[in-house]
Design a protein around this ligand. Structure first.
Ligand code: 2NL
Length: 369
């Protein structure tokens, strides 16, 4: 009689005829189960084989316990039915409990190995990201804002695309003035009637259109001119224009303001001078020089041994401009200036090539943190 697969036989076939025999038979099945489950691995990868093992014992159709129910219990004599049923229930409870315990063990083991695998090392140093710095042009703008804010000028920005009216006409630059030539101005091929502003004055005109005096503003921004690039020229550079209009603004206010600027920007020992010049939008016009901040005025390479450095152009606002913005030229007067931020930064920080600002070589940028 094949005892290795007893659940496929009936009790009669197994020669079991009383309660003691039943108890002994169930005890053997329990031992068999215990042996099998104790030799199975508790490894996480054993989840699959746990399921196979569970089905072997608890499977609805061909599991061992189903076979026992079919072959032992259902076929049992009325006298044995009770003890077989009871023993089967006990065995089932034992098998289910043991399998559940094993499942939990496997689950814990797999969670632990996942934890070990993914463990964070909190002692590792963080990722240090390199911090950028403000571009030297931006830093220079900030210095200029500080100076002009301190004497009551507001900062106003405008668009880079403008019309000939605001860029030229309203600034008293007539139709056939050479500054309007294709040589100097970028006209937009895809937008006839528009151009890239050649200075930030158009925004100053717009501000005057919008409000009556007093006006005290500086207008920063990129401006564009058809220049070939070299150490001092570029098709784009950065400007700051200033405008002050009020009753009783004199040439003295004009000179005092730009002198204050020069001493704030280059140092308190700076001396200044004005030379006659010409701009259509100012009358009189002047070139504004400062004593050389390198040699103090005694002459050096930077000032080409003149002791003076040209800073920017300026003047008293030409009354003709007021006519375009509905200002009463008899009541109001003012001054204006237009400075190149790139040029001032080159002078102050001893940079000999304008192109260095636009090449974005970090070896250059890092020198001005
Ligand atoms: C330069 C220097 C300058 C102005 C700009 C200005 C603006 C208005 C009215 C009058 Cl709204 N003037 N700006 C004045 C003098 C000089 O720029 O070298 N320009 C070619």
């Amino acid at each position: 009689m094949a005892i290795d697969n007893p659940s496929t036989k009936t009790l009669t076939e197994l020669g079991v005829a009383n309660a003691e025999g039943v108890a002994e038979l169930f005890s053997k099945m329990r031992q068999k189960f215990d042996l099998q489950i104790s030799t199975a691995s508790a490894d996480a990868s054993e989840v699959g084989s746990w399921k196979t093992f569970r089905d072997e014992w608890l499977g609805r159709k061909s599991g061992i316990l189903s076979e026992i129910a079919d072959n032992w219990l259902k076929q049992a004599t009325p006298e044995l039915k009770r003890s077989v049923g009871q023993a089967l229930n006990e065995l089932r409870a034992h098998v289910e409990q043991s399998l559940e315990d094993r499942r939990k063990t496997i689950e814990t083991a797999s969670a632990e190995s996942a934890l070990a695998r993914d463990r964070l090392d909190l002692s590792l140093p963080g990722v240090t990201r390199p911090l950028g710095t403000r571009h030297l042009i931006s830093q220079t703008y900030e210095e200029l804002y500080r100076i002009f804010n301190s004497i009551g000028f507001s900062i106003v920005e405008g668009a880079e695309i403008e019309t000939p009216y605001y860029n030229f006409e309203a600034l008293n630059i007539p139709e056939h003035h050479p500054a309007r030539d294709n040589m100097d101005t970028f006209y937009l091929a895809n937008a006839p009637g528009y151009l890239l502003r050649t200075h930030t004055s158009p925004m100053q005109v717009r501000m005057m259109e919008r409000q009556q005096p007093p006006v005290r503003i500086v207008v920063p921004g990129k401006v564009y001119r058809r220049d070939n690039p070299d150490a001092t020229h570029s098709f784009m550079f950065h400007q700051l224009e200033g405008l002050a209009v009020d009753t009783d603004i004199t040439f003295c206010d004009f000179k005092g303001t730009i002198e204050y600027f020069a001493q704030q920007f280059f140092g308190p020992k700076t001396r200044v001078r004005l030379r006659p010049s010409y701009f259509p939008f100012t009358e009189p016009s002047a070139e504004f020089d400062a004593s050389c901040h390198i040699c103090g005025g005694s002459g050096c390479r930077t000032c080409k041994h003149s002791g003076w450095i040209e800073l920017f152009g300026a003047g008293m606002v030409n009354p003709a401009v007021y006519g375009f913005v509905n200002y009463d030229a008899k009541k109001f007067s003012g001054f204006a200036f237009g400075l190149g931020v790139d040029r001032l930064a080159m002078l102050k920080y001893g940079i000999d090539d304008l192109q260095a600002f636009f090449q974005n070589d970090v070896r250059f940028l890092r020198q001005f943190p």
